[in-house]
Write a protein that binds this ligand. Structure first.
Ligand SMILES: Cc1cc2nc3c(=O)[nH]c(=O)nc-3n(C[C@H](O)[C@H](O)[C@H](O)COP(=O)(O)O)c2cc1C
Length: 198
């Protein structure tokens, strides 16, 4: 099994989403000891925001790429190859302003590509990413799995929507939540790790 572990918190070893992502990866490895893990820290070499040159490179056939377009498309091509090569993708997703960090959004902007990871069909977009499983390791200061803030969580519905569009419907969510809520924060991480069932 090939596991791709994406990190999107810049907080290194202090990151709760990273620790939760690591715990998921460890469980997967315990189940399949021959697993190969690729760790991609999206904060150490962030994907660029999409500029005109990137969009032009996406929509120009590769054989017509100028040196500039060939350089621009490399981030996307390499990220898509890494994604396609994996069987399982573990994504650390700290909540930033009710959504994902921009580093993770930038990665998504480079891997969601017409003709590569989805195609347009008569029935709307059709996913081209098959036979993959995604685990989300979400960390947040508040509580979003239930209660009054549930509707403010734009991580789970968003990531499930984009991966669904790409053809990946097997998405499992684990949450370390309430990390800023006294009375909850003390056990939030342990509770999240205990909930892991792989
Ligand atoms: C820039 C920023 C924005 C945040 N926005 C939210 C938020 O909207 N809701 C929330 O519950 N927590 C929010 N938090 C708290 C983080 O989700 C929480 O500290 C989490 O543990 C961060 O993940 P990490 O430990 O993996 O870095 C925010 C933290 C930062 C730094």
């Amino acid at each position: 099994m090939k596991i791709l572990h994406l990190i999107s918190s810049p907080r290194g070893n202090a990151s709760v989403s990273r620790k939760l992502g690591n715990a998921i990866v460890e469980r997967l490895q315990a189940k399949e000891p021959d697993s190969v893990v690729t760790v991609h820290d999206l904060t150490s070499t962030p994907f660029p925001h999409l500029e005109e040159v990137h969009l032009t490179s996406f929509f120009t056939p590769a054989e017509q790429h100028s040196p500039e377009l060939a350089t621009a498309v490399k981030h996307s091509d390499e990220a898509i190859a890494e994604l396609m090569d994996a069987d399982v993708i573990v994504i650390d997703a700290p909540m930033y302003n009710f959504s994902i960090p921009s580093t993770l959004k930038a990665w998504l902007d480079h891997i969601i590509r017409a003709g590569k990871t989805f195609r347009y069909s008569e029935k709307g977009p059709e996913g081209l990413v098959h036979n993959k499983k995604v685990y989300l390791a979400i960390s947040s200061g508040g509580i979003y799995s239930e209660g009054p803030m549930k509707g403010y969580d734009f991580i789970e519905p968003y990531l499930k929507s984009v991966f669904g569009m790409l053809g990946v419907s097997d998405v499992t969510v684990y949450r370390a939540e309430g990390l800023k809520v006294p009375g909850v924060l003390e056990h939030a991480f342990e509770k999240a790790v205990e909930s892991i069932a792989v």
